[in-house]
Design a protein around this ligand. Structure first.
Ligand code: PGA
Length: 255
């Protein structure tokens, strides 16, 4: 297919600045030899982005840097928020948007996901747009329709050129941090639906080049079985990304 695999670590609310710098250096030692074949991205908390960015720049690491959220306005009276230009200044390449934890706990909606997606793309930061169903939705056999709706809403109004570089992370909510996962075939079915939605919205080229990741309890033991699926281009990793050894094993599985 020619899509470069991506393994992105979502560090959530873990790792201080000092801990982040150490984790990045430990990780780099283990993934350095794989740089040319897989894109490795780390997404530390806001407060660690500066330290992470500095280590990546000074040590000339081939590692992508991502934030975990952003506000869509460039500046303003939004206490506690962080803007796209602020992320840009720290040389962020990526930003997670619409993670289910933000949707469930912090009022993120498809509409705000779309605003963030557009604002990021305008500044040349690639959004990692998260989608995924609850267990109730899966049991009601509504997963495909639900996820396609999230993707349609999240990517609404972007250009085909931007759609071609977008990253969508399919993360079933019931699989996040639980140790449970869908079967690789089930995950691939949803990934294929996401790709078809991108194709219907933006044309075949965007569908061919946009990357779709799987996320939810990805571990060294199960990573390979998701990676071999044709529509899955990598993983968004939570818990297992906090340890350099396990994250590097997941990176190796994507080769
Ligand atoms: P997990 O988290 O790997 O710990 O299940 C994934 C995520 O929330 O992105």
């Amino acid at each position: 297919m020619g899509r470069r695999p991506m393994i992105a670590g979502n560090w959530k609310m873990y790792k201080t600045s000092g801990q982040s710098a150490i984790l990045i250096q430990n990780l780099d030692e283990r993934v350095e030899s794989m740089w040319d074949r897989v894109e490795v991205v780390v997404c530390p908390p806001f407060t660690s982005l500066k330290a992470a960015s500095t280590v990546i720049e000074l040590d000339r690491l081939q590692m992508g840097l991502g934030a975990q959220d952003v506000h869509w306005e460039p500046e303003g009276a939004f206490t506690g928020e962080v803007s796209v230009p602020m992320l840009k200044e720290l040389r962020c390449d990526y930003c997670i948007v619409g993670h289910s934890e933000r949707r469930e706990m912090f009022g993120e909606t498809n509409e705000t996901v779309n605003k963030k997606t557009r604002a990021l793309l305008a500044a040349d930061i690639v959004p990692i747009v998260c989608c995924g169903e609850t267990l109730a939705i899966r049991e009601a056999e509504q997963t495909d329709a639900w996820v396609r709706d999230q993707v349609r809403a999240g990517l609404d109004g972007i250009s085909p050129k931007d759609a071609a570089r977008i990253v969508v992370a399919y993360e079933p909510i019931w699989a996040i941090g639980t140790g449970r996962t869908p079967t690789p075939e089930q995950a691939n079915d949803v990934a294929r639906g996401i790709r078809a939605t991108i194709g219907a919205m933006f044309g075949p080229e965007a569908a061919m080049t946009a990357r779709v990741l799987y996320g939810g309890s990805v571990k060294p033991e199960n990573a390979l079985m998701f990676m071999v699926e044709p529509d899955i281009d990598g993983a968004l990793v939570g818990g297992a990304a906090l340890d350099a050894v396990s994250f590097a094993e997941i990176v190796a599985a994507s080769l």
